[in-house]
Design a protein around this ligand. Sequence first.
Ligand code: KG4
Ligand code: ZN
Length: 340
Amino acid sequence: MNNDVILCAIETSCDETSVAFVRKGNELLSQVTQSQIQAHQTYKGVMPELASRLHIQVISLVIEEALHQSKLTWNEVAAIAFTVGPGLVGSLHIGALAAKTLAYALNKPLIAVNHLAGHIHANAFVSSLSYPCLALVVSGGHTELVMMQGPLDFTIVAQTQDDAIGEAFDKVGRLLHLDYPAGPNIDKLAQQGEVSYPLPHLKLDSSSFSYSGIKSHFNNLIHNANQKQEIIHVENMCASFQSVAISQLISRLDQAIQTHQPKHVIVAGGVSANTYLRQECETLLKQYPQIRLSIPPLQYCTDNAAMIGAAAYHYYEAGLFADLSVKVNPGLRLTSEIKV
Ligand code: KG4
Ligand code: ZN
């Protein structure tokens, strides 16, 4: 094991151009992230074509600035890691091209990292994972419960049948005319409101999540209120939506803890920034004092290159290198990872 391994990591799967230099998978030497959020706000969602163009414009500068801030030279960098999927195909291509160019020009190994493995290993910046580990992955594109027996050994034990939870936050927020991404806005507004609107009744088995029914239910509530010219209490609407969206996660998490008996529970992905979700996870885990709970600090919850560097360290240790012909995979799943 080489404990001083320094990796360059590039993340461009969606609307952040992010480059980081990470030592030993858990020490962040530098990170530069150029967010495109403002550009997409006009469209109330990410415009894939625009995202690719903006990544192209800034990627070289972001790499240069991150290297500069790290005070490293390329000689000290062991390998180049990048997000290979899942994500937007055009956006992924820009990061892949940049990483391949660096790997080729500098004659360094290339590491193709699963974005979701990145979200999970973002926890390395606060504590190392203990196995068996149960990860709740909640983001704009994913809602999954994943059992891990090792750093790259993933088995999905529950997943969404339709929309992802972050997508539901963003869609309901859009109906309420909140800025994109609506998750953080709903989080704040819900703290000033209470659950007062009728909630949908969902029948789901223990291996499923579903968010399209919740989304339609709130769509109808808002539409009916508008038709009757009733004033919508936005804070209460946010609290009601958030309560039903998060309670589904907590009940599945509880079932999975009982079935799979993990030593460690972690929460990962952009939605793990949610205040109410964090509180509910802490409350649930008080019933299981023998299990450790970790949730990454807020800055590591949403997309960032540091988490890709953290996951890439395990690929490096396992000798899982990619060659220059590796293709990005917008629909990459966690189960397609090689078990180590
Ligand atoms: O992981 P991420 O940055 O990108 C994807 O890989 O999807 O997650 C973005 C998602 C968005 O849907 C955003 O609304 C949601 O995470 N999000 C939140 C919060 N912060 C970000 N959702 C609820 N509460 C938050 N505080
Ligand atoms: Zn993400």
